[in-house]
Design a protein around this ligand. Structure first.
Ligand code: PGA
Length: 250
């Protein structure tokens, strides 16, 4: 049985006291959620305080990025080692906003995955096609290329530590969700790609999350699909009631 996961991607939202309040509210409201791993991802600055608040709960703590470098003269960067030492457990890597606004390539993301794994952070690795790529029927090839690029050099032991998120770029923050059938089709395809690279058993055990305008009103029908193991939630993760309602949608 694959783990069911609902992970919030806060992006660059909330100031420090607001972020802390949101975590406290999620702790209280999330206490009634069973059998679903809830993960929050506040900005770097709040990671350690979040860790202190979350340490006696089952809620996981993710960062939204990490450096591909070990340490040293990289002004403004935060390393996987720093995150680990602050209590971070997961790290979102390869989000489409990082690809678009910060020119992250699959090759760079693969280096970040290596750093994360080196310090025992669980990567939540994102893939997803642009609207024009879907319209040209290139989405399967895009996903395959992204996964092959990001998984470069990963051993079977390493790949087993990954969580994958499928986030069609046209559905992120737009209010347009992929239909459960569209999402399932790609999730199944992702599993096939992993299976071709690492075998059936490995691919059957990797959680694959859907992201892109997932909300309480559409989460249930998405999560009912056999290859959708949960969600990576942006906007709706900033409202505790919505976020927890999504986690209760299984
Ligand atoms: P959204 O974002 O839920 O606001 O569409 C999802 C994401 O970017 O992870």
């Amino acid at each position: 049985m694959r783990e069911k996961i609902v992970a919030g991607n806060w992006k660059m939202n909330k100031n420090f006291p607001e972020g802390i309040d949101l975590i406290k509210e999620i702790i209280v409201k999330g206490a009634s959620v069973n059998n679903v791993k809830i993960i929050v991802s506040p900005p770097y600055l709040f990671q350690h305080e979040a860790f202190n608040l979350l340490k006696n709960t089952t809620i996981g703590l993710a960062a939204q990025n990490c450096s591909e470098q070990e340490n040293g003269a990289y002004t403004g960067e935060v390393s996987a080692q720093m995150l680990k030492s602050a209590g971070t457990q997961y790290v979102i890597l390869g989000h489409s906003e990082r690809r678009t606004y910060y020119q992250e390539t699959d090759q760079l993301i693969s280096l970040k995955i290596q750093q994360a794994l080196k310090y025992d952070l669980k990567p939540i690795v994102c893939c997803g096609e642009l609207l024009e790529e879907r319209e040209k029927n290139e989405h399967f090839n895009v996903i395959k290329k992204q996964l092959h690029g990001m998984f470069q050099g990963l051993t079977t032991t390493q790949i087993c530590k990954l969580i994958v998120a499928y986030e069609p770029v046209w559905a992120i923050g737009t209010g347009k969700t992929a239909s459960p059938e569209q999402a399932q089709e790609i999730h199944q395809y992702i599993r096939e790609i992993i299976s071709n690279l690492y075998g059936n058993e490995v691919s059957g055990n990797i959680p694959i999350l859907y992201g892109g305008s997932c909300k309480p009103s559409n989460a249930k029908e998405l999560f009912e699909k056999p290859d959708i193991d949960g969600g990576l939630i942006g906007g709706a993760s900033l409202v505790a009631d919505d976020f927890i309602a999504i986690a209760k949608s299984f």
